[in-house]
Design a protein around this ligand. Structure first.
Ligand code: SF4
Length: 242
C-alpha cells in the first residue's frame, strides 16, 4: 500500500482555515462603518492595540474629522491631539494628511476613483506613501477597497512559524512569503470570491491568535491543535518559545 502523502504547507493552511471557520464562524470584519474609517483604522492600529485606536476614532468622530472632508480641513496639530491615544501621533498625523493629499492630487479627491484603479497600480502607490508598510497597504486594499489581496500579520506569522509552514528565521518567514503561502492556500477554490476568503481568513487568524496563539501559546483546546500532528514534538517545543 502506498504511504499517505503528507499535505503541503498550503494545503495545511487551507485546512486550518476550515478548522477555524468551524470553531469561530463568520467574522464580518473590519470593525468600521465606512471605507474611509477602515483606512484611518489601518494607519492608527500600527504598533497599537485596537482599544487605543477606538479612543482615537471616537475623538475624530466627535470632532467631525472621521470623513475625507473632515480630515482634509483639520489642522495638523489638532489631528495629532485627537489621535494621541493610539500613539506615534506625530508620525501618524502627517501620514494621514499625505494620504488625503495623494487622493486629492491624483484620484480626483475620490475614494471611489481610487478603489476603481487596478491593484497593481494601487499597491505600489500606497507603499510609496509615508507610514505605509505592506500590512497597512494590504489591509486598506482588502478591507476599504475590496481588492483581493491577503493580509499577513503577526498572528499569522506566529501560527505559520509554530506549525513550521514556513522555515523559521533566517528562513523565508517574511511578509511576502506569508502572502505567497496564503495565495497558494486559497488558489484551490476559484469559485469563491478571494476578497471574502482573505477577509474571513485574516479575521480568523486574529481570533485564534487572541484566544490561543499569543506570545505564549495555549495549544490545549486550540482549534488548530490537530495540525500539530505534522510538526515533530521537538519543533513544537522550540516553536512555543517564539
Ligand atoms: S496555540 Fe498551539 S495549536 Fe494553536 S495555533 Fe498556536 S501553536 Fe498552534
Amino acid at each position: 500500500m502506498k504511504p499517505r502523502q503528507r499535505p503541503s504547507p498550503a494545503q495545511r493552511l487551507r485546512n486550518m482555515h476550515g478548522l477555524l471557520e468551524q470553531a469561530y464562524g463568520p467574522q464580518h470584519w473590519w470593525p468600521a462603518e465606512t471605507p474611509f474609517e477602515v483606512i484611518l483604522g489601518a494607519y492608527l492600529t500600527q504598533n497599537t492595540a485596537w482599544k487605543a485606536v477606538e479612543r482615537s476614532l471616537a475623538n475624530l468622530r466627535q470632532a467631525g474629522a472621521l470623513t475625507l472632508d473632515g480630515l482634509r480641513s483639520i489642522a495638523l496639530e489638532d489631528l495629532q491631539n485627537l489621535i494621541r491615544p493610539s500613539g506615534f501621533h506625530t508620525r501618524k498625523a502627517p501620514a494621514l494628511k499625505a494620504f488625503v493629499a495623494m487622493l486629492d492630487r491624483e484620484f480626483s479627491s475620490s475614494l471611489d476613483v481610487f478603489a476603481a484603479s487596478p491593484t497593481a497600480t494601487l499597491r505600489p502607490r500606497l507603499l510609496a506613501l509615508p507610514g505605509v508598510g505592506p500590512e497597512t497597504a494590504d489591509a486598506i486594499l482588502l478591507y476599504a477597497l475590496n481588492h483581493p489581496v491577503p493580509v499577513a500579520d503577526e498572528y499569522l506569522r506566529r501560527v505559520a512559524l509554530r506549525h513550521r509552514l514556513l522555515a523559521p528565521p533566517p528562513g523565508p518567514a517574511g511578509y511576502d512569503s506569508l502572502v505567497d503561502l496564503t495565495r497558494q492556500a486559497f488558489a484551490v477554490d476559484p469559485s469563491v470570491s478571494s476578497s471574502r476568503l482573505f477577509n474571513q481568513f485574516h479575521a480568523l487568524t486574529v481570533a485564534v491568535g487572541k484566544a490561543h496563539c499569543a506570545r505564549t501559546p495555549h495549544c490545549t483546546g486550540c482549534p488548530l491543535a490537530a495540525d500539530l500532528q505534522f510538526v515533530t514534538p521537538a519543533v513544537v517545543k522550540d516553536a512555543k518559545r517564539k
